[in-house]
Write a protein that binds this ligand. Structure first.
Ligand code: MRU
Length: 364
């Protein structure tokens, strides 16, 4: 997508041909800052401290992290160490394991001297695959949005609610949940997006809003508790969210608060779709509620909030009494029964074992 008119991706190889350039997403929307990653430790930190985040982008960064690690030490020990350290950065998004398994499998069969170039090539391919996947998700989602708009008699505004940031900043391009939105907007369907702010880290308010503003998509930021009210009053036509891990039976793990939106959507008859690339399906598990590790982050993300002061300086301020403990669960699981459909690169399917297998028969 474009930033100030220039095509931009959240991850790319730098002009020197080896370092990896990312956007520091902790600085958005107030500052657009690119950061160079040069080592395995840089990649580790970028994922752990959420300079990059979002399931597909975490996978892509881990792939480049392996490439950076191979430049320094391409031995068996170096490969194992890079895998171990990157795997430990964030536990929930399965794309991390998917990318690391892919890289380790390919590199393991090569002589150490061939590994750095092979790792860079595979990381680049993973990025290009992600872009193609998200564009395909966008096309399938566009058909669904257009059909809904026609069915409703072409209203002047079609309201989509989204949670967190499953936009281009969370992927290599297009985003997952946002790809259908961008394509619908570009195709002339009058979409308007309700953007959940997504405490504690405000990925909706900081990142999704910034993306939509850049692309000219009409949107309104709401606090996380607003969705139920909007749905009760007919102000949401459909929800589209992303996912960090979806199980083989269609349970969806996504940013904390997604489950509450799915409950409200169910109660109000609002379609609730999840957009996801194939690598976000974890075919090894069924029961999302008990089998997905839920990341717990620093309570300070709850007790404090960051923002731009009127004077222009970035501030972090306390929002709770100093002595109150806080808990910071990063994700929750929406059971498949609350999900209207999964929008994938291969089409839209039911959130069920059968539905997923109809699109991915190779996992039978
Ligand atoms: O903690 P984050 O910001 O990495 O969480 C991101 C999400 O929950 C996204 O909705 C999900 O990764 C899908 S991104 C295409």
């Amino acid at each position: 997508m474009k930033v100030n008119g220039a095509p931009t991706r959240p991850i790319a190889v730098a002009s020197d041909g080896w370092a990896v350039e990312i956007i520091d997403q902790t600085r958005l929307p107030h500052a657009f800052v690119k950061v160079r990653l040069e080592t395995l430790a840089d990649a580790e930190r970028a994922i752990r401290d959420m300079w990059v985040r979002g399931a597909p982008l975490i996978g892509a960064t881990a792939a480049y992290g392996m490439a950076l690690a191979m430049r320094a030490d391409a031995s068996e020990g170096g490969l194992a160490e890079a895998y171990r350290r990157l795997y430990a950065t964030r536990p929930t998004a399965v794309n991390l394991r998917w990318a690391l398994d892919d890289l380790r499998g390919r590199l393991g069969g090569l002589a150490p001297e061939a590994r750095p170039a092979a790792a860079y090539a595979r990381a680049a391919a993973i990025c290009e695959e992600d872009v193609a996947i998200n564009a395909a998700i966008g096309r399938h989602g566009l058909a669904l949005i257009r059909e809904l708009w026609e069915r409703k008699g072409r209203p002047a505004r079609l309201n989509v609610l989204t949670h967190c940031n499953a936009g281009w900043l969370a992927t290599v391009d297009w985003g997952t949940a946002t790809a259908p939105i961008y394509m619908a907007h570009d195709a002339g369907v009058p979409v308007h997006v309700w953007v959940d702010e997504t405490r504690p880290r405000n990925q909706g308010a900081n990142l999704t809003a910034w993306e939509l503003l850049n692309h000219g998509v009409p949107h309104t930021v709401v606090v996380d508790n607003t969705g139920g009210h909007l749905m009760q009053h007919g102000m949401v036509d459909l929800c589209i969210v992303g996912t960090d891990r979806t199980t083989a039976r269609g349970d969806v793990c996504n940013k904390i608060g997604t489950y509450l939106k799915a409950l409200a959507a169910h109660d109000n008859g609002v379609p609730f779709y999840v957009a996801l690339p194939g690598p976000t399906v974890d075919w090894t598990i069924e029961d999302g509620l008990h089998e997905i590790p839920i990341e717990q982050r620093d309570p300070a993300e709850v007790t404090r909030i960051a923002g731009l002061a009127d004077g222009g300086q970035l501030l972090s301020v306390a929002v709770t009494p100093a002595g109150s403990p806080a808990a910071n669960f990063g994700f929750d699981v929406t059971p498949a029964r609350l999900v209207t459909g999964l929008i994938t690169e291969r089409g839209v399917c039911a959130a069920s074992h059968q539905g997923l297998l109809s699109l991915y028969p190779e996992h039978r």
